[in-house]
Design a protein around this ligand. Structure first.
Ligand SMILES: [Zn+2]
Ligand SMILES: [Zn+2]
Length: 338
């Protein structure tokens, strides 16, 4: 028996649905789904637009269609299944990219649920938050800190959280290069500088707006991605989906340093001389997130508060928001508000 909020009067929901590569998202109206035993039904309050959403609609990564994208969901619980013990009706929760994991595979059993063999991903294999309502597995959701409002909290759910996982992969690096300075980098930069790191930001060539923004977010240096920073880097995180940044970042990283590729998709990495990798430099990717990442991320930003910079769009302008992200003209993060 589901528990349902008294004030849920709507029977239909709106969603921006993606049905084929090359076609824009379409507004659809359908019955509001009811949650299964372990699920919650959320009224969506805000949903961030992530670069992964762009990779989905551009066909860079393949998934089952049609799908409602959106995996940075802040919502209010309006109904819950009978096996959901956390979250009260009316409580605000966040839904991240990892929608569920199997709990049985060797990755799940070894604290690597981010690599699960049978995962579901929000807005990719299950419908996400570009909608007025969405369903989520309660076990994979996070409580949203009360001091952050809906629209500013949304980008934390992926840009913040997976950016934080990438930052964790830098180990004890103190001088870190961020290649690409968008939604993820601007959040992690605040956290990293709060922890005493020196961040160098690399942007598209001549992107003065992004470079000014990076300096405002605490970066000690900002320049074009073809430049070398004024100091040697202990590590670099590549947020932009451009493979040519890998050898550029390797060239800027010291012996023993790490280059972390933070995105789900990247253009081909060009061949490069072995000497760039020599000296025990590492290249690695970061895939998805674990629930433990989320818990440590929210703990970290309660100690070192971060301010997300956002631009909001009404839900029906999801295509415009994606286009702005594609053209690199969003400062910070784009957020849809139903
Ligand atoms: Zn698994
Ligand atoms: Zn994302």
């Amino acid at each position: 028996m589901n528990l349902i909020a008294d004030d849920i009067s709507v029977v239909t929901m709106k969603a921006m649905e993606f049905s084929s590569v090359g076609s824009p998202l379409q507004m659809v109206e359908r019955p509001v789904p009811m949650p299964e035993a372990k699920e919650i039904l959320l009224e969506v309050l805000a949903c961030g637009v992530c670069r992964t959403d762009l990779h989905i609609v551009d066909g860079d990564i393949e998934n089952t269609l049609p799908i409602v994208p959106g995996h940075e969901v802040v919502g209010r619980v309006v109904a819950k299944g009978d096996q959901v013990s956390r979250f009260a009706i009316g409580e605000r929760v966040g839904v991240p990219w990892l929608g569920s994991s199997c709990g049985r595979c060797s990755y799940c059993r070894h604290r690597q649920e981010n690599l699960c063999d049978e995962p579901s991903f929000t807005g990719f294999s299950v419908n996400g938050g570009f909608a007025s309502h969405c369903i989520a597995n309660a076990d994979y959701c996070f409580a949203i800190p009360p001091n952050i409002d809906d629209i500013h909290a949304a980008p934390l759910l992926c840009a913040g959280l997976i950016g934080y996982r990438a930052f964790s992969m830098c180990g004890d690096a103190l001088r870190i290069g961020f290649y690409g300075f968008g939604a993820s980098a601007h959040i992690v930069a605040q956290l990293a500088t709060g922890l005493g790191c020196k961040i160098a930001a690399f942007t598209r060539l001549g992107d003065d707006t992004a470079q000014d923004f990076a300096r405002k977010m605490g970066c000690v240096w900002a320049g074009g991605s073809d430049m070398l920073p004024p100091f040697e880097l202990d590590a670099a995180i590549i947020f932009a989906p451009a493979g040519e940044l890998v050898p550029q970042a390797l060239a800027a990283v010291r012996k023993g340093g790490t280059v972390v590729c933070a995105g789900i998709h990247m253009s081909d990495i060009p061949s490069f001389p072995y000497e760039l990798l020599w000296g025990e430099r590492h290249i690695r990717s970061v895939a998805n997130l674990t629930r433990a990442d989320g818990e440590s991320f929210f703990a970290a930003i309660s100690a070192i508060p971060v301010q997300t910079h956002i631009e909001t769009f009404p839900l029906h302008q999801a295509n415009e928001a994606l286009e702005r992200l594609r053209s690199g003209t969003i400062t910070g993060a784009a957020v849809l508000v139903p």
